[in-house]
Design a binder for this molecule. Structure first.
Ligand code: CS2
Length: 492
């Protein structure tokens, strides 16, 4: 099998493979996406693919801000790729056609800026992960000392960061009298629209006060809640999918049947009718976002650190251990749910039961190591916000503190057998330094890590209800290991 999936062989694919029902030649660009990873391709690009048949104005130009990997895979395929939806019932294959072009930003920054500044571009969507916003995770403010921000402020025309590209494109639009595009962040940040607006406004002010006012007054950044579990694609996936298609796909994406997108409806330049593809438009996303970040991502991170330490490779492997299921269900029911304020009619019981089943999906090989990445950027919105709410009400935080302790144990960089852990985190060097200084002392390690204000803020390090509980859990993790700690876990 040497042929690659492309426009010419689309019609010859086996009948069971779903493919675009529109003619790709008539699609126009309306959206620029920054951060063309697997998540974008299994989520927003699919909703957009669904609406293109009725409205051809919303084709996507997608950019990688770092590596050329996705370009190398998709460009020879005319931007086409396979979406493989996997469950215990089997695998459904569908070819997605909404990405018209892939740009590698570091080598084609001018091309990317031109497309972004084009009046036809009406929405810029983003999935650049938590760290891509170059902000301080504890406060949500732009980190003005971030090397990429320092660079971008000095070289406006050749930016590196997502904020740098957006502001330079908006500066060009402003100069030409073109209204701003809508910025739609699809990352798991708290109040993600408000956070991105704060970061962008500050960046623009630093460039020029007039640009700062333009961004503050005219830029719309609706908040979104995005949800779909998309593990990294493996070579096995490539092989299996290539065989089923009869042509090679260099980078298919593999996901679960579940998908959800809740969006605030503030698009001054118009938008696709994504509701026809199942997106929900609401006036306030925050309750949904809290629900998802706290119940799904908070549990996910807890499972990732504890599961990795316990020697489990995937989330499904971890969830095959009943003690972990008990812990996570208790975490959700007793410690997270009381902090949520859902609109009438929201059914949290079904949501949580579905989550447990999604985590158990054995057809998805979602590695605990993958979710464990970038904990310094994830902890605040996944666990620490919930902990703050609980402490304010004097409520117990036993399981939440165990999640924090497991992160602390994980970032020491040595597993329970003394083997190295590949800790990926923008703060990895600093975390490692704290761990090296602490030796094997749970108390020193906890004290050193809690002192990192960018993660824990000014309040949590001084609250002995959290520091005491996390230190005790950490000592237990050192002594008994993660598997026993979870098996013998009792609410204290
Ligand atoms: C995961 C998320 O990698 C992670 O940190 O928790 O990517 C998670 O799979 C998605 O948010 C699900 O919507």
């Amino acid at each position: 099998m040497s042929d690659r999936l492309n426009n010419d062989n689309l019609a010859d694919l086996p009948g069971r493979v779903q493919r675009p029902v529109y003619d790709r030649r008539f699609i126009r660009t309306g959206i620029v996406h920054l951060g063309v990873g697997a998540f974008h391709r299994a989520h927003q690009a699919v909703y957009t693919d669904d609406v293109l048949a009725q409205d051809p104005h919303w084709g996507i130009v997608a950019a990688s801000l770092r590596s050329p990997d996705t370009y190398d895979a998709l460009q020879p395929q005319d931007g086409l790729y396979t979406l493989a939806v996997r469950s215990q019932a089997g695998e459904a294959l569908r070819i997605i056609g909404s990405i018209r072009r892939v740009i590698v930003a570091p080598r084609e920054s001018e091309d990317l800026l031109e497309v972004m500044a084009d009046p036809q571009t009406r929405i810029v969507t983003l999935t650049v992960t938590e760290k891509g916003y170059c902000h301080d995770p504890a406060t949500g403010a732009l980190n003005e000392a971030h090397p990429d921000i320092v660079h971008d402020l000095a070289y406006l025309r050749t930016p590196k960061s997502a904020p740098g590209f957006i502001i330079e494109a908006l500066r060009r639009r402003h100069l030409k009298g073109v209204p701003p595009f809508t910025v739609l962040t699809c990352d798991n940040l708290p109040s993600n629209g408000r956070t991105v607006k704060r970061v962008l406004t500050r960046f623009a002010e630093l460039v020029d006060p007039e640009l700062g006012r333009f961004v503050a007054d005219e830029l719309s950044c609706p908040s979104t809640m995005v949800d779909r579990i998309v593990p990294a694609t493996t070579d096995q996936d490539r092989e299996r999918i290539g065989e089923a298609l009869g042509v090679a796909d260099a980078w298919p994406v593999v996901t679960e049947p579940f998908t959800q997108w809740v969006i605030e409806d503030r698009f001054p330049q118009g938008r696709p009718a994504w509701e026809k593809a199942g997106a929900e438009f609401v006036s306030d996303v925050e309750p949904y976002e809290h629900m998802k970040l706290r119940l799904l991502n908070g549990s996910h991170s807890t499972l990732a650190y504890l599961g990795y330490l316990a020697g489990y490779e995937t989330v499904a492997d971890t969830m095959a251990d009943e003690a972990f299921v008990r812990l996570i269900r208790g975490l959700m029911d007793e410690e997270i749910t009381p902090t949520l304020h859902m609109p009438a009619g929201a059914d949290l019981e079904s949501y949580k039961s579905a989550l447990i089943e999604r985590f158990k999906n054995p057809a998805l090989k979602h590695r605990t190591w993958q979710i464990a990445m970038d904990g310094s950027q994830k902890l605040p919105q996944r666990l620490l916000g919930t902990i703050r709410d609980r402490l304010r009400n004097g409520a117990p935080i036993g399981r939440l503190a165990l999640g924090v302790a497991a992160w602390m144990r994980y970032v020491t960089g040595l597993d329970e057998k003394g083997a190295p852990i590949d800790v990926r985190d923008p703060m990895a060097a600093r975390l490692r330094e704290v761990a090296d200084q602490a030796g094997q002392s749970a108390e020193n390690l906890a004290r050193g890590l809690f002192a990192i204000r960018e993660i824990f803020g000014d309040d949590l390090p001084g609250d002995s209800r959290l520091t005491g509980a996390a230190t005790a859990h950490l000592a237990r993790l050192y002594e008994a290991g993660a598997r026993r700690t979870v098996a013998e876990f009792k609410v204290g």
